[in-house]
Structures are given as structure tokens and as C-alpha cells.
Design a protein around this ligand. Structure first.
Ligand code: FPP
Length: 241
């Protein structure tokens, strides 16, 4: 009997897709092969989340810090993204039927122009879908996101449109890429690492964490279920008692 209570799913799940490099190394493969497998698992978990009725899911695909990786690795990740975007275009009817909306969070600055175009196209084409919002974090950093929001507010202040003492927590949240979405309730990080790594740092203030030693390319629907089960057993108090 499934142990997940589908009536009480987390509204928003964040996933840090980690361990691709180690997975490849264990098999004597190039790191890029790990990312390739990781991109396959991303598709599966995306569809699974949609099947079971998760409303919002955010995947960490490429961080602002990931530019420091060898150029071949950066290009390989960009190529996987490109392939996914072409595929999203081919499968737009299926995604529409699934109610899957694709969104990108992060800065478009510095990304290859064709990818930016494809990203915008995928976002526009899936605008009307409402069952599952899939956020893909690309060129994303949580601190950079907060800075972006704060700069927007500073501009309002300098234009005399906002008083500093009137700035609220909601104002900061409304300037983030995830504006209008609920904060993540659950953050999943496989591969035995226990860090947030600049992922949704503002939004994750009250998120529950679930860690596992499984490497992302080996991550299965059953692991996702385990994370949900664990989440459902916890007692969230949000600072209360
Ligand atoms: C972290 O593992 C993973 C990444 C930095 C890249 C994740 C990207 C993908 C799964 C492909 C994205 C594509 C789409 C379509 C969303 P790591 O390389 O840091 O692993 P390691 O810690 O074992 O070295």
C-alpha cells in the first residue's frame, strides 16, 4: 500500500540534482555522461511529480558558480538544455495535456542566445498550463536573486515611489524569480551532500530537507516517494510550538 498521502503533498518541492560527476566516475565514464543520465532522470521525475499532483517543482540545473567548471563540461550541460528545449517544442501538445508549465529562474545574461530564445519560447508556449509548474534554475544563484530584488526596490526608493521603512518581506519576495509561487516546503538533495549551495536561500527559510546517498542519475520515483513520506511524518511548526 503506498504510504504517501496524496491529499497532503508538499505544494512546492525543490531538487538539487547532485552526484552526476561521481556517478560517471564510478563507471569509468566522462563527467558529461553523468549529466546526460541526470537529464534523463530530470525528465522522469518531472513527469512523476506531475502524475502524482505536485503543483510546483524546482530543479537546480546550472548555478551561477557552475561557470567555473571546465568549458567542455559547461558546453555539455548547455547542449543537454538545448536538447530538452527542442524536445519541449516537439512535445508541447503532450505537456499541454499534462498541464505542465515550464519556467526558468535565474539570469539570462551570459547564456547562449539560441538557448535564451528557446527558453522564452518554451515559457510562452506553456503559459496556460496550471497543473504543475516546473521551474528550471539556470544561471541561478540565490544571493544574486535577492540582490536583483533589492536593486529593484532601491530604484523605487530613489525614484521617490517607495519609502525605505515601508519595504516589506513581501516586497522582497515579489522581486524574486519565484514571485507569486509558494515557498518550497521540501528540498531534496541526493548524493550525500548536506548543503543548500545558494539554492532558493530566501524561499527555503522554513523548508524541510531530505538528503540521500543515492547519486542523482540513480534517483528513482521510489526515492521521491521516500522523501515525500518522510516529509509527511514531520511536524512543521514555523517557529511556533
Ligand atoms: C551536479 O552534479 C549537477 C550539475 C552541476 C548539472 C546538473 C545538470 C543536469 C542534470 C542537466 C540539466 C539538463 C536539463 C535538461 C535540466 P555534479 O557534477 O556536481 O556531481 P559531482 O558532485 O558528483 O561531481
Amino acid at each position: 500500500m503506498p504510504a504517501i498521502d496524496r491529499e497532503h503533498l508538499p505544494q512546492h518541492v525543490g531538487i538539487i540534482m547532485d552526484g552526476n560527476g561521481r556517478w560517471a566516475k564510478q563507471r569509468g565514464l566522462k563527467r558529461t555522461e553523468g549529466h546526460k543520465e541526470g537529464a534523463r532522470v530530470f525528465r522522469r521525475i518531472c513527469e512523476y511529480a506531475n502524475d502524482i499532483g505536485i503543483r510546483f517543482i524546482t530543479f537546480y540545473a546550472f548555478s551561477t558558480e557552475n561557470w567555473a567548471r571546465p568549458p567542455e563540461e559547461v558546453s555539455a550541460i548547455m547542449e543537454l538544455l538545448r536538447e530538452y528545449l527542442f524536445e519541449a517544442e516537439e512535445r508541447k501538445r503532450e505537456n499541454e495535456a499534462r498541464g505542465m508549465r515550464i519556467r526558468f529562474i535565474g539570469s539570462q545574461e551570459g547564456l547562449p542566445q539560441d538557448i535564451v530564445r528557446l527558453m522564452n519560447q518554451a515559457q510562452e508556449e506553456s503559459l496556460s498550463a496550471t497543473k504543475t509548474i516546473v521551474n528550471i534554475a539556470v544561471n541561478y544563484g540565490g544571493r544574486q536573486e535577492i540582490l536583483h530584488s533589492v536593486r529593484g526596490l532601491a530604484q523605487l526608493v530613489s525614484a521617490g515611489e517607495k519609502k525605505p521603512e515601508k519595504i516589506t518581506l513581501e516586497d522582497i519576495g515579489n522581486g524574486l524569480y519565484t514571485a507569486g509561487q509558494p515557498d518550497p516546503d521540501l528540498i531534496i538533495r541526493p548524493s550525500g551532500e548536506y548543503r543548500l549551495s545558494n539554492f532558493l536561500i530566501w524561499q527555503a527559510a522554513y523548508a524541510e530537507f531530505w538528503y540521500s546517498d543515492v547519486l542523482w542519475p540513480d534517483f528513482k520515483e521510489a526515492d521521491f516517494d521516500q522523501a515525500l513520506e518522510s516529509y509527511q511524518k514531520r511536524n512543521r511548526r514555523f517557529g511556533g510550538i
